[in-house]
Design a protein around this ligand. Structure first.
Ligand code: UDP
Ligand code: MG
Length: 317
C-alpha cells in the first residue's frame, strides 16, 4: 500500500469568521491521518481566497506564517467557487500530490469522512464523491431549488449524483485528465462524473454553517445551474426543435379547420381575447426557446474568447 500525499483544497470567499476554526479542525484531521500512516507527512491544506473583501487573506497569511502546512493563493477578484476549487486542484497537481480533497470553508461537510474517502482511494477509486445524508440544514428555498436542479439535470441526461456538492476526493490520474480539458467554464461536478473514472460514494451528515452566511444567492445559484446544463447537455436545443415542429403541426391542423369552417359554413369566429391569449402564449414559448439557444451562444461566446479561467494575485507556497 502506497501512502499518498494529500492536498485539502478549501475555497474561501469572505470567510473571515470561519477560516481559523476550519484550519484548526482540518489540521486535527491531517495530523490524525499522518499519525495513522494514511497520508504522507508532506500533505497540506490549500486555501484559495476567491477575491474576498474581508480579512480572509490576512488570516491565511497568518496561518501560513505559523505553520507551512497551510498554503494558498489569492485571486485578483471574485471568480466563483468552481474556479477556486479548480485553482486548488491545479495547485495540488503542481505540488505533485497523489490525491486532493475539496471541502467548503464553513465545514458544513464532515471533515472526518476524508478518512473513508482515503480508504476508497486505496481500493483503487479515482473519484470519491461525498453524498449528504439529508438536507436538514438547508432552507426550504435551497431544498426546492436543489431538487429542481437535480431533476432537470437527470431529465436532460447529465450524470450528476444527487446531493453531491463539491466535497470529493480525486486521484492524480483524475487531475491529469482534468488538465486535458481546456474549457473555461468547467463544471466540476459534471466533469468528474462524466469522465469515466472509477467512482465511489461516501455518505456523510451535513452540519450547519459554522459562522457567517451562505455566499450563494438566487443569481449565482441559477448561473451555476445553467452552466451545468449548457456544459453537459444539448437536450434543451433538441427540445426547442421538437417543440417548434409540434407547434407547426398544431398550427397547420387549426388553420385547416378554420379554412374548412369558412368554406363550408361561411363563418369565421374571431375573438380578440383568444387572439391575445394565444399570442402571449406562443410569444412566451418563442422567447423561452430563443433564451435557451441564447444560453448556448453565450457559453460559446465566453469559451471562444479564451480568457484565463482565473487570475492569481499572490501565492503562499
Ligand atoms: N465560495 C467561493 N466563491 C464564491 C462563493 C462561495 O469560493 O463566489 C466558497 C465559500 O467560501 C465556501 C464554498 O464556496 O467555502 C461554499 O459556499 P457556501 O458555504 O456559502 O455555499 P452553501 O453551503 O450555502 O451552498
Ligand atoms: Mg456552506
Amino acid at each position: 500500500m502506497n501512502t499518498p500525499k494529500l492536498a485539502i483544497i478549501v475555497p474561501c470567499y469572505n470567510e473571515e469568521l470561519c477560516i481559523k476554526n476550519t484550519a484548526e479542525k482540518l489540521l486535527e484531521v491531517l495530523d490524525y491521518l499522518i499519525k495513522h500512516n494514511k497520508i504522507r507527512r508532506e500533505s497540506f491544506i490549500y486555501f484559495v481566497d476567491d477575491g474576498s473583501r474581508d480579512n480572509t487573506w490576512k488570516i491565511m497569511q497568518y496561518l501560513h506564517s505559523q505553520n507551512r502546512i497551510f498554503k494558498g493563493q489569492r485571486f485578483l477578484k471574485n471568480f466563483g467557487n468552481q474556479k477556486a476549487i479548480l485553482a486548488g486542484l491545479e495547485a495540488a497537481q503542481r505540488f505533485d500530490c497523489d490525491c486532493a480533497v475539496s471541502i467548503d470553508a464553513d465545514l458544513q461537510q464532515d471533515e472526518w469522512a476524508i478518512e473513508r474517502f482515503l480508504d476508497k482511494y486505496q481500493k483503487g477509486y479515482d473519484v470519491v464523491c461525498g453524498i449528504r445524508n439529508d438536507r436538514k440544514t438547508d432552507s426550504l428555498f435551497k431544498k426546492l431549488t436543489a431538487l429542481a436542479f437535480y431533476k432537470t439535470m437527470n431529465f436532460l441526461g447529465a450524470n450528476i449524483p444527487v446531493n453531491h456538492s463539491d466535497f470529493r476526493l480525486v486521484s492524480r490520474k483524475a487531475l491529469n485528465i482534468m488538465e486535458l480539458y481546456n474549457e473555461r467554464y468547467l463544471f466540476l461536478r459534471g466533469f468528474f462524473n462524466d469522465v469515466g473514472l472509477k467512482t465511489a460514494y461516501v455518505h456523510f451528515d451535513v452540519k450547519p454553517r459554522f459562522a457567517g452566511r451562505s455566499k450563494f444567492n438566487l443569481f449565482s445559484l441559477s448561473g451555476m445551474a445553467l452552466n451545468g446544463i449548457t456544459s453537459y447537455s444539448v437536450v434543451p436545443l433538441r427540445l426547442v426543435s421538437i417543440l417548434g415542429f409540434m407547434m407547426t403541426i398544431v398550427a397547420v391542423i387549426l388553420g385547416s379547420i378554420a379554412v374548412c369552417h369558412k368554406i363550408f359554413f361561411s363563418h369565421f369566429q374571431h375573438d380578440w381575447v383568444i387572439d391575445f391569449i394565444m399570442s402571449c402564449f406562443f410569444g412566451g414559448i418563442e422567447l423561452f426557446c430563443l433564451g435557451s439557444i441564447g444560453e448556448y451562444i453565450g457559453q460559446i461566446f465566453l469559451e471562444v474568447k479564451g480568457r484565463p479561467r482565473y487570475i492569481t494575485d499572490l501565492e503562499l507556497k
